[in-house]
Write a new protein. Structure first.
Length: 634
């Protein structure tokens, strides 16, 4: 086989077409490294199947199940195949729920057994542990789980929302839905038959990050029904970034499966392809090739002496200016920045993005995290869908948009109120006055706090106040009256978190909304899989990240592996170094033109020596920022 692109494409098409042959199906794992056009390959496979079996499937009611990682990816794939109904495209959680949602009796039994196992485990820890905050928390959990068991018989049906929080008494959580689907597929032959009858073909995008128990369940179904069920996995094990994905997925693929590969990287320049090949070399030896017409590209690593007094935002701005000089690309410069800055944790992005005062208090509440990161947390749509669009429309003098927002959300001009009013025009004037009163908070270039906005809205009645905010406004009234009983250590933590967040300015809320909408120049390592940007700055800072699952100091040689790491290596288990290497690979492989890696460390010399021994970077690509350099930009 020659190395021409046409020959490689034809080979890949032939392999996939042969696998998706319902007369003689063959499961496969398609290796598709960073920037290789994995989604395009997935869609092409769907179109091949569509041409051959589309009419047959429409008549029989069967479908091809396609599981991908996000709702946005689902929408993109549906669009590319013209919304053909023979394809059921969904996220893994939606797919799992669709499989099990009708079997309430089985769900009830599984939940009961699972809760009893969890209670038993907690009670054993209670017996062996000493009195502490942890034991008090365990006691609360045990009581909650027992109460839930007592309520199970009163639940006629279970509910689940794959895109948000699930807090009702009959709600299942994300982990339970995945566990249920995996268990039913593994242990209930009838569920296997139901899956195969409806979905004889299952395509899984980002298979390396699909929950391991569910992947194992799909392997089980395929093993027991190889001629009736075609399982097709698309992915790259080096891009596994979530801990519940299956470790060693590539090694678990049966020998009789086909294992085609896409080796061309269409995204990255030649220098960055060399870098990511080197990063993964000792893991699996998989190599990519750049496009023949790919530019050379730029890579630089900046070593920053970590110190409590340094201003990291300013340092990163100076590094961007340096990159503009190195690359002759003004888009790196401070006046015209078009950079994606990637951090390890969301709170690091919040600090750099200027919305930390709003974000941090809410992010510390465990049950808030999902809703906070997708914008569905109760209270946030009030600001993101009502206040923010209203202010932007007012400031751009878009009177039509202002009128539409007020008409849609304001109780002052609700159809029922206008109909009952003796003077509808007066109500409209009242709404306009309320809007102008709210706008006045921005007089003299002010940046009002969110709590001041809430109070103004309440005073005028412009919008209905979300229930979550009512006690906070009342709390403020008590304090203004001289009573400090509104704040105490006995308060509900969720209310306290919102109380702190609402002291943030409106501009922070705006920056936060840009962040969750992926319009911010900042992002996290985990949040950008599948995305690409011309200029990427990767910030490596273990101290600021405050995590224990990842360690750049270990990966880059500043710290030696721990005894636990060494034991895990001997036993073939994953280490923090393995996880960190994968994240580093993912971030570096986002860059389409140039890449700056910023390392905050107290061990500059160790890292430089280690990286030179690894040959990840050339000597002139490693730039050491000295104490004198930092003094100038403190």
């Amino acid at each position: 086989m020659t190395d021409s692109k046409a020959t490689r494409d034809n080979y890949l098409s032939d392999v996939i077409s042969n696998c998706l042959n319902l007369d003689n199906p063959k499961s496969f794992f398609l290796f598709a490294g960073a920037g290789s056009g994995k989604t395009r390959a997935l869609v092409e496979a769907m179109k091949m199947f569509q041409q051959k079996y589309g009419q047959e499937f429409r008549l029989s009611g069967r479908k091809v199940a396609v599981i991908t990682y996000t709702n946005a990816a689902c929408d993109e794939i549906k669009h590319r195949i013209d919304f053909d109904p023979i394809f059921a495209v969904s996220t893994i959680h939606s797919f799992a729920w669709e499989l099990i949602q009708s079997y309430h009796k089985d769900i009830r039994e599984w939940i009961s057994d699972n809760l009893k196992e969890e209670i038993n485990s907690l009670e054993k820890k209670q017996q062996n542990g000493r009195a502490s905050k942890a034991s008090a928390d365990r006691a609360v959990k045990i009581e909650q789980k027992k109460n839930r068991i007592d309520r199970l018989d009163t639940i006629k049906y279970f509910t689940y929302n794959p895109n948000g929080e699930n807090i009702g008494k009959n709600s299942l959580n994300h982990t339970e839905v995945i566990g249920l689907a995996a268990d039913f597929l593994t242990n209930k032959p009838l569920m296997q038959k139901i899956l195969i009858r409806k979905y004889p073909v299952l395509l899984i995008d980002e298979s390396q990050d699909t929950q391991k128990d569910l992947i194992d369940a799909f392997f089980r179904v395929q093993h027991e029904h190889p001629m009736e069920f075609c399982l097709s996995l698309f992915g790259d094990t080096m891009q596994r970034i979530y801990s519940d994905g299956k470790t060693g997925l590539a090694e678990s693929v049966p020998d009789e499966w086909e294992k085609p590969a896409i080796t061309i990287n269409h995204r990255c320049p030649k220098r960055i392809v060399r870098l990511i090949n080197t990063i993964r070399a000792e893991v699996d030896g998989q190599k990519q090739e750049p496009r023949e017409d790919a530019p050379d590209g730029f890579v630089r690593l900046f070593l920053i002496q970590d110190d409590d007094g340094i201003n990291k935002t300013t340092i990163e701005s100076e590094i961007a200016k340096k990159m503009a000089e190195i690359t002759s690309d003004d888009q790196w410069s401070e006046d015209n920045q078009e950079i994606k800055t990637l951090t390890l944790e969301h709170h690091m992005a919040a600090r750099r993005g200027g919305f930390n005062d709003f974000f941090e208090p809410l992010y510390q509440v465990s049950k808030f995290k999902t809703g906070l990161l997708d914008g569905t947390l109760s209270g946030i749509p009030f600001f993101s869908q009502q206040i923010l669009p209203l202010m932007e429309s007012l400031q751009s003098k878009d009177r039509f948009a202002v009128a539409q927002i007020v008409k849609k959300y304001s109780p002052i001009v609700s159809p029922d109120l206008l109909k009952a009013s003796k003077s509808p025009l007066e109500e409209v004037r009242k709404a306009d006055a309320a809007v102008q009163s709210l706008l006045s908070l921005w007089n003299s270039n002010s940046d009002p706090s969110l709590i001041d906005l809430l109070k103004a809205v309440e005073d005028t009645g412009l919008f209905a106040i979300p229930e979550i905010f009512v006690p906070i406004i009342s709390r403020g009234d008590l304090l203004e009256g001289g009573d400090d009983s509104g704040k105490s250590s006995d308060n509900e933590p969720t209310i306290d978190a919102w109380d702190k967040a609402l002291s943030a300015s409106f501009s922070q809320l705006k920056s936060y909304v840009e962040y969750i909408s992926d319009k911010s120049p900042f992002g996290t390592h985990q949040g950008i899989k599948g995305l690409e940007f011309p200029r990427v700055m990767v910030v490596l800072d273990d101290n600021e990240a405050r995590g224990f699952m990842f360690s750049y100091d270990k990966l880059l040689g500043a710290k030696a592996p721990t005894s636990t790491d060494q034991t895990n290596v001997k036993e073939g288990n994953e280490t923090s170094i393995d996880r960190t290497r994968r994240l580093f690979y993912v971030t570096c492989s986002r860059a389409q033109s140039s890449l700056a890696v910023v390392v905050y460390t107290k061990e500059n010399d160790k890292i430089r020596d280690h990286l030179q021994s690894l040959q990840w970077f050339e000597n002139d690509e490693i730039i050491n920022m000295s104490i004198d350099d930092l003094e100038e930009i403190r």
